[in-house]
Design a protein around this ligand. Sequence first.
Ligand code: G1P
Length: 288
Amino acid sequence: MTIKRLRKAVFPVAGLGTRFLPATKAMPKEMLTVVDKPLIQYAVEEALEAGIEQIIFVTGRGKSSLEDHFDISYELEATMRARGKSIEIIESIRQRPGSPVYVRQQEPLGLGHAVWCAREIVGDEPFAVLLPDELMVGGFMKQMAEAYAKTGGNVIGALEVPDSETDKYGVISPGGRFDDRTVEVTALVEKPKLGTAPSNLMIPGRYILQPEVMRILERQEKGAGGEIQLTDAMAQLIGVQPFHAFTFDGERYDCGDKAGYIQANLALALARDDIGPAVRDFARGLLG
Ligand code: G1P
């Protein structure tokens, strides 16, 4: 088996972000900041750290600030330069490799459909998918890419959640062990009803997939919630191609959820040298 190098990553960013209204009425949810960086930038940095060379955004109407964020900000840079200020913090965003490509998802038909919208740019290569709502600290995609270099095929992230939360996610049925952190996947189910999940290992929005999944998505079959689900398409590759789950062991924040988003802000602020001490004092005072 030849294992093709992972070079491309797809970021589905067309979602409406209704869970964060009114904040997301005129602003993409992926531009919500954790401390001082938008969620999308964390996900892009995670991909670049894993050696990804081509960033593909599947975007939609009202998302142009995402494109601007990764472009040159001419006035800002010129003004800061004129004032003798360092522009490193903004310059580095656009000077990184992986100058993004944008495709549009015109209708919100589901995550599987969003990924399928990138098929022409993905071509005949393996590709990563990162959902920016899920903020993973600790270079998870890099670790997954290392696992993929050993297993080939498809590798998805896996994270244990309490049984009471399995109905919110794609859930993995684990099979034989490959190594400490990697198991075979025997089945996948999207948002199983409580009490019916095959395990409490959920998919935290990180995937390395073979291009054949696009051919399955092409059929546009609807699954849970009446949407075209990536999980259902992936499930059809099990037994056809190698399919493994790789366990996450860092910190993960579900920033698609308000409590998770606030927790991310608090944790990442506390970890910072510049603002950490002030935030810590304030939090202590608040909690008595
Ligand atoms: C999506 C996926 C699901 C995955 C989750 C991670 O669901 O369909 O399999 O576990 O992201 O956040 P969504 O959150 O879009 O409903």
